[in-house]
Structures are given as structure tokens and as C-alpha cells.
Design a protein around this ligand. Structure first.
Ligand SMILES: [Zn+2]
Length: 101
């Protein structure tokens, strides 16, 4: 498969306002699902579903804090806020997603 078909799959995960907002929130700090719901003003079911998709693509992951899941930005590439999104996605694919979709 060409590089662009991988880019396409990761881009489609990002092509959603809620998922992009979650990434933006996690660029600043680690957050629980409840924190994310409060911050973004969204239902828990919507946020959990979005997190599941982001996790599948290695953008985020979580660690357990008691019963709570605390999410963090797994893709260190996305900590660079000032790079163009296309560049970020290409690097993300090469590092985390190539051959895994
Ligand atoms: Zn991916």
C-alpha cells in the first residue's frame, strides 16, 4: 500500500471536530474522561467513542488511576502544535500506524 493510503486512514480519524478537540485538550495536559466531558461540553458516550477511535490509531492512550482512566497524548509528534497538520499526520503514520491499520 502507498504511504498516502495510510495517511488517509489516520486523517479520517482526525477529520472530526470532537476528536480534534480531544487532541488539542490533551496537548496541554492529561485528562480523565470526566474532565474531557466537562471541558468540551459533550456526553460521556460521545467522548468515550471518540477516545476509542483515537486510541486505535495510537493518537492517545490511557493509564489507570484507581477506577479512572486518565488519557494522554501517545503520539509525541502531536505535541508539536505549530507544525502543519499534513506533516504531523505523515510523521504519525511512519512512526505509529504503518502496517497496523
Ligand atoms: Zn493511524
Amino acid at each position: 500500500m502507498s504511504d498516502n493510503s495510510y495517511n488517509h486512514m489516520c486523517l479520517s480519524v482526525l477529520g472530526n471536530e470532537l476528536r480534534l478537540n480531544i487532541i488539542a485538550s490533551l496537548q496541554t495536559k492529561e485528562l480523565s474522561v470526566t474532565d474531557l466531558c466537562d471541558q468540551l461540553g459533550k456526553e460521556q458516550s460521545a467522548v468515550s467513542h471518540a477516545l476509542q477511535q483515537l486510541r486505535h490509531c495510537s493518537f492517545v492512550d490511557y493509564k489507570k488511576n484507581g477506577k479512572e482512566r486518565v488519557y494522554f497524548l501517545k503520539s509525541k509528534i502531536f505535541k508539536e502544535k505549530n507544525k502543519p497538520i499534513f506533516e504531523l499526520v505523515s510523521e504519525h503514520v511512519q512512526t505509529y500506524c504503518k502496517g497496523k491499520h
